[in-house]
Design a binder for this molecule. Structure first.
Ligand SMILES: Cc1ncc(COP(=O)(O)O)c(C=O)c1O
Length: 472
């Protein structure tokens, strides 16, 4: 059970307006803070709530883009951090510590049990850095640079991660990207790229991909020796920033068959959807296929002292295949992070039977609440969930044309902290994704209760009503 929100204003050195003035002078605007019209300064976090400097509570339905799966201020993680702080808080990554070895072991053994494949783990900090490491593994193993990725994909914003992230917007200011991925339509059935309907499409999109291998004139295969110019396919088993799109598993089973035929590696990006977000440890477990590489990050440390990493099957990452010094970063296996990651693995081991039941149940509960609202508001075009991954696609009255204006208005209304919940002033944190920026991509804490999900649905409806009034 999460703590109830408190509305007590903490002491502060600077007023909000002074801080915003300093921010406007001294902080770079190159991150994503200034995407929103409503700029907020948060002061405290606890359970499922963020608090602003006036003590107003915001129910967080996003949890740091699914990094804080186990709730803010989780005691188990905080205690693990404190224990490590008193024991071995700092250590150069060229030396070993117990927590690193045990964390790698637990991840690799879990993957071996799930997929029946032996592999090894390599740590880094941040999802994009781990993606970079995975690209090195792919290049080293295949000797090739080119990869497939999906339209709508998001794999990070470092230079190489931008090459496999679909939006040209992220690349345009930075010159030529010579290894830009070959982007394939994602099986996004609500807005099929090919204008088909899932009931009778016969997986047309998969066949279009397969067709690329039919002739050398389709640019990717040497038909004389059946060798593809492409080394790997980077997938998100449930597309994250692209709009929490839940694909039909049959698509991925077919895709894997094609990749196997031409020895193209499958890299599974679980940075956002891994660590039980979808109701299984890895989202790819819903698809019944085995990856060659898994990339993870975010929730492994519940958003504390970040650790990311990759797992690869032995052939790709054995000491011979990927010897010492192939990649390195100062903070890559930092002991505070590995100790917290180890605690996450312990929590999962203890709570797994409960998580397997509660995560899908709560996700469905909230999605059903929003489906009830859909009957009243045709602007709710599509609602879907897998585990505690919930998508709500906002549209115009026809229930299909994307409505970014309404989505933005609702996001700002949530962030203004001027809604009402439990008889108090409250806010709600949404996240927006999707190809048309009209999808609420929601990933609440695993420990959110049904009562709190009712409150979230109520705040959502208030924001929707006000948003509709605002945009007229
Ligand atoms: C699927 C996926 N891959 C990679 C990344 C990049 O991770 P980071 O922001 O930690 O660099 C993200 C971040 O949202 C992501 O969702």
């Amino acid at each position: 059970m999460n703590a109830r929100p408190r509305n007590d204003a903490p002491a502060s050195q600077c007023s909000v307006s002074q801080l915003l003035e300093l921010e406007s002078q001294y902080c770079s605007y190159g991150d994503t803070v200034h995407y929103a019209d409503e700029i907020k300064i948060f002061d405290r976090s606890e359970g499922i709530y963020l608090y602003d400097k006036e003590g107003v509570a915001y129910l967080d339905m996003q949890m740091w883009y699914s990094a804080v799966n186990f709730g803010y201020g989780n005691k188990r993680h905080n205690d693990a951090l404190k224990r490590q702080l008193d024991k071995l808080p700092q250590l150069a990554c060229q030396y070993l510590h117990e927590e690193k070895i045990l964390l790698a072991t637990k991840i690799a053994q879990r993957i071996q049990k799930t997929f029946n494949v032996k592999g090894r783990v390599h740590f880094n900090v941040g999802g994009s850095a781990a993606i970079e490491d995975s690209l090195k593994i792919v290049r080293k193993h295949t000797g090739k640079n080119l990869v497939f990725a999906f339209m709508g994909s998001y794999h990070g914003r470092t230079l190489a991660a931008s090459e496999i992230t679909s939006s040209y917007r992220y690349r345009e200011p930075f010159g030529h990207f010579s290894n830009r991925a070959y982007f394939i339509p994602y099986p996004y059935c609500f807005r099929c790229f090919f204008g088909k309907k899932r009931q009778d499409c016969g997986l047309y999109c998969l066949h279009q991909f397969e067709k690329l291998f039919e002739s050398e004139y389709y640019t990717i295969l040497n038909k004389k020796n059946d060798t593809s110019e492409f080394a790997a396919f980077y997938i998100e088993p449930l597309q994250g920033t692209g709009g929490y799109i839940i694909p039909p598993p049959e698509y991925f089973r077919g895709l894997k068959n094609v990749l196997d035929r031409y020895s193209i590696l499958l890299v599974d990006d679980e940075v956002q959807m891994g660590i039980f977000r979808t109701g299984k440890f890895w989202a790819i477990e819903h698809l019944d296929i085995t990856p060659d590489v898994i990339v993870f990050g975010k929730a492994l440390t519940n958003g504390l002292n970040p650790i990311s990493g990759i797992w690869a099957r032995e052939e790709l990452i054995s000491p011979k295949a990927f010897p010492a010094g192939m990649t390195h970063s100062t903070f890559s296996s930092n002991p505070l992070g590995t100790a917290i990651g180890l605690e996450t693995m312990k929590i999962i081991a203890e709570e797994e039977p409960a998580l397997l039941e509660t995560i899908p149940r709560k996700g469905k509960y909230f999605a059903d609440r929003i489906r009830l609202l859909q009957k009243k508001y045709p602007q709710i075009g599509d609602v879907d969930s897998q585990g505690l991954v919930i998508r709500i696609e906002m549209c115009h009255k026809d229930g299909y044309t994307p409505n970014r204006e309404l989505t933005d208005a609702m996001t700002n209304i949530g962030l203004s902290g001027k809604l009402e919940g439990n008889g108090k002033r409250m806010g709600i944190i949404f996240d927006v994704g999707g190809y048309y920026k009209n999808v609420f991509t929601l990933s609440p804490s695993f420990y959110i209760t049904e009562q709190e999900l009712d409150l979230a649905a109520d705040l959502f409806e208030q924001a929707l009503r006000r948003g509709l009034q605002q945009i007229g």
